[in-house]
Ligand binder design. Structure first.
Ligand SMILES: C[S@@+](CC[C@H](N)C(=O)[O-])C[C@H]1O[C@@H](n2cnc3c(N)ncnc32)[C@H](O)[C@@H]1O
Length: 388
């Protein structure tokens, strides 16, 4: 299973299992019955969309393209990215030295396993392919579906993993860790503690698909706030559960404030000294600016961005009235006007996601160092008494 998620090639046994599972999914008109009520998809049309992907995978792996075609498409993805070599060298130089060989092997062969098992992995993993329409100007032939910069060691916290099952080989260490997680999930599934309900739609129009009887304690929204207005996302919090917390991750805000990079460059020497003092690793300074970010106070710039993003996401009418007053409201005022409370991220009062990750102790994760997570709650005292 871990191989099917992460490895460019999978074993013969997993290949057969994968195809028979896909055939079973394709034959089913109702996933809820097939999975003992564990998994369901909101509508038959949405299930149809998923099925067309599964169908293409089955076709490509059994009757379609032969040879090392997924491997070749992955190579092409690397070649498309003209910054790939530089990024890769930065990455390899900034992770702990003992992991470099295994990370470099993964780049070379895409195999997510320990060395001794490499010979088992003989089949191309078709599930790493998908429609290329997002980057290929609307053409939608199946291709390697990840950008070159996507590496499998980013999604799980390196600091936690290394403390549980340290190994010099990153693929081996991650395989062990993820197998543990998977086994815990299976145990929960067997106890009927988890149910998955898949909705494939524009998140701004999700309401018609949400089961009305459900209340939501936690609403995580990935980095949707980089794509759509805060107001739209935050409106999803007005549920019938006064204790809900909605989390927004803000990842791309630095693109709007190029001054941040300039400020760091201006203070390069001072920040570089702090990096070396703290990490005892002078190589980190040479890789890129990410190492320095941790020692630069990003909060004032982020506050500017957040305030602008919140103002921008107000309605035309409100904006016109603000323009008349010639005064921009504070973050607190806007948040209160939305009937919400924002956990004080400056004082690091988040309780679900860390406000910011420390990057230099988890360089394997390939964070950009300026990610912020914000936690939103409804204002106490039910500010929306008529809005159940
Ligand atoms: C950077 S990705 C999130 C990454 C993902 N959480 C992960 O860990 O791999 C953000 C995704 O949100 C999607 N997106 C943007 N606007 C959306 C919308 N209105 N409804 C649903 N998805 C949207 C984008 O297409 C993009 O794939």
């Amino acid at each position: 299973m871990i191989w099917a998620w992460y490895s460019l090639r999978i074993s013969e046994t997993d290949f057969s299992l994968l195809n028979s599972a896909l055939e079973e999914l394709l034959a089913s008109s109702d996933l809820s019955t097939l999975t003992n009520d564990f998994l369901s998809v909101a509508t038959p049309d949405q299930l149809g969309d998923l099925k067309s992907v599964w169908q293409t995978w089955v076709h490509l792996s059994t009757q379609g393209v032969k040879g090392l075609w997924v491997t070749e498409r992955r190579q092409a993805a690397f070649q498309r990215d003209d910054k790939w070599e530089e990024r890769l060298n930065n990455y390899l130089n900034s992770i702990p030295q003992q992991h470099r060989q295994s990370a470099s092997d993964w780049v070379e062969n895409g195999l997510f396993t320990s060395k001794c098992k490499v010979s088992w992995l003989t089949r191309e993993n078709v599930t790493l392919t998908g429609s290329s329409f997002q980057w290929n100007k609307g053409k939608s032939d199946f291709d390697f579906s990840m950008e070159a910069k996507t590496i499998p060691f980013t999604g799980w916290d390196y600091n936690v993993i290394k403390n549980i099952c340290y190994n010099d080989s990153l693929p081996e260490m991650y395989c062990t860790y993820l197998s543990n997680i998977l086994n815990k999930c299976i145990a929960k599934l067997r106890r009927y503690q988890v149910k998955l309900y898949v909705i494939r739609c524009d998140c701004m129009a999700i309401e018609p698909f949400l089961p009305v009887e459900l209340k939501y304690d936690r609403i995580t929204t990935s980095n949707l706030s980089d794509y759509i207005s805060f107001t739209g996302i935050l409106a999803k919090l007005k549920t019938n559960n006064n204790h809900s917390v909605l989390v927004t991750e803000v990842i791309n805000w630095g693109n709007y404030l190029p001054d941040v990079r300039d400020e760091i460059k201006e203070n390069y020497t001072e920040l570089a000294e702090k990096v070396v003092q703290d990490t005892n690793n002078s190589l980190l300074v040479l890789t890129n600016l990410i190492s320095l970010l941790e020692y630069h106070n990003l909060v004032p710039d982020f506050q500017l961005y957040l305030r602008a993003a919140l103002v921008e996401s107000r309605s035309e009418e409100e904006l016109a009235s603000l323009a008349k007053k010639k005064r921009l409201p504070s973050i607190k005022t806007i948040v209160a006007a939305l009937g919400l409370e924002l956990r004080d991220y400056v004082r690091k009062e988040n309780t679900i996601f860390p406000t910011k990750w420390a990057v230099n102790c988890r360089r394997v994760n390939l964070l950009s160092g300026d990610e912020f997570s914000l936690e939103w709650k409804l204002l106490k005292g039910d500010p929306f008494p008529n809005n159940n």
